[in-house]
Design a protein around this ligand. Structure first.
Ligand SMILES: NC(=O)c1ccc[n+]([C@@H]2O[C@H](COP(=O)([O-])OP(=O)(O)OC[C@H]3O[C@@H](n4cnc5c(N)ncnc54)[C@H](OP(=O)(O)O)[C@@H]3O)[C@@H](O)[C@H]2O)c1
Length: 361
């Protein structure tokens, strides 16, 4: 790309916002020109507004340190400085819905990490290796909003990324029943051990709203476009329990699965190894070369060894074996703030750019 696209980050001072800032350092297509957050941070430099809250393992990029933080609520002012925005604000669902739509109406595409619009019928919710064809509904959304280039696209919840790629890769065998337990990292709540000491040596068997998302969102990703709306898939039936565990980054999932047509273990592993989509075919900058890796060792995947596979953009599966009650069981692992949040959204934005939905204003 000759001239980089100008990017704004809404919620730039938070955990996911910081991840966007870190991932976009030296991005070949996108340049962060505007960082926006709550009125508490507005007017300060990014460095001062974040202060001791910087949670990334790499230093804060020099290019953003001195940027003066804008107020997310000053929509026109932020919108006029950028070609599109990433959204990672933490407000009420109704407020997020309204503000993301307000940005779209200024002809500014919004690629969101938030859940507010995940069930808006004409808003695509995309894992780019699985369902880029859902971006088709953007045309219907633009008609509803009365825009020519403004729209909202979202990525799904972090919890589903450790097992949904398998459901897509194994589609030909008809996954029909799935029972999942997720073991979710504390960064998924925007926290580190420093600001959540109660999580050290602890397990909490409840994450608000997460079980419903984990059961329902894969069905929307596996759904299809009909008359300008996304219609969710009917199968598989998914039952999920979500547990918070003392891990900083990385959501693990323990999964049991039944199929319409029971495959062999070898077939399942072969389909995972061969599974790829638009990001790999188009060679997008953030695309993992191998989206899903299968590890045969009995003690993998492990969070500390495997969470950063493909820079956190790949998914690791292991322990696939036949089960006494279900057809098979396995373990999945993905990075919740990279593939599951900011990285997944960056890959969506790259896909939207490659497909011509996002360009210079
Ligand atoms: N962490 C994850 O792995 C993850 C994964 C998927 C989805 N999410 C979702 O992503 C969103 C952000 O999560 P997070 O973990 O990054 O949260 P966070 O660390 O609490 O950051 C929240 C961000 O929103 C801003 N904000 C808060 N209240 C605001 C207001 N009233 N008006 C404008 N801006 C406001 C904050 O600005 P100030 O710094 O000025 O307060 C900050 O930039 C949430 O909706 C969360 O549910 C998180």
């Amino acid at each position: 790309m000759e001239k980089k696209l100008r990017v704004g980050i809404l919620g730039a001072t938070g955990m996911v916002g910081q991840r966007f800032v870190a991932l976009l350092e030296n991005h070949p297509w996108f340049e962060v020109v505007t960082v926006a957050a709550s009125p508490r941070s507005a007017g300060k430099t990014y460095e001062a507004a974040v202060g001791s809250r910087w949670k990334m393992a790499t230093p804060m990029p020099d290019a953003v340190r001195g940027l003066v933080v804008a107020n997310v609520n000053e929509v026109d002012k932020v919108a006029e400085s950028v070609d599109f925005v990433f959204s990672a604000v933490d407000m009420t669902k109704a407020e997020i819905k309204a503000i993301e739509e307000a940005y779209a109406r200024t002809e500014t595409p919004v690629v969101s990490n938030n859940s507010a619009h995940r069930w808006t019928p004409d808003v695509p919710m995309v894992v780019p290796e699985i369902n880029t064809e859902h971006f088709e509904v953007i045309e219907a959304q633009k008609q509803r909003l009365g825009t020519s280039r403004g729209f909202i696209a979202v990525k799904p919840n972090c919890s589903i990324q450790s097992y949904t790629p398998c459901l897509a890769a194994w589609k030909e065998f008809g996954p029909k029943e799935v029972v999942v337990t997720t073991y979710q990292a504390i960064s998924g709540a925007g926290k580190t051990f420093k600001d959540w000491p109660e999580m050290v040596e602890n397990i909490i068997p409840y994450i608000g709203g997460e079980e419903e998302k984990s059961e329902q969102e894969p069905l929307r990703v596996l759904g299809k476009v009909e008359n300008g709306e996304i219609v969710k898939a009917q199968l598989p039936k998914i039952s999920c329990q979500c547990v918070r565990v003392p891990v900083l980054n990385g959501h693990t999932a323990a999964v049991f699965i039944n199929f319409e047509k029971k495959p062999t273990k070898e077939q399942l592993i072969e389909r995972l190894a061969g599974f790829k989509g638009f990001p790999q075919e188009a060679g997008l900058p953030s695309a993992p070369k191998q989206f899903v890796q299968y590890l045969a060792d009995d003690d993998r995947p492990q969070v500390t060894l495997d969470v950063d596979y493909e820079h956190g953009m790949g998914v690791t599966i292991g322990r696939l074996r036949e089960d006494a009650i279900y057809d098979f069981k396995f373990i999945g692992l993905s990075h919740n703030t990279v593939r599951g949040a900011a990285g997944g959204a960056v890959l969506c934005a790259e896909t939207l750019t490659a497909k011509g939905f996002i360009g210079h204003k």
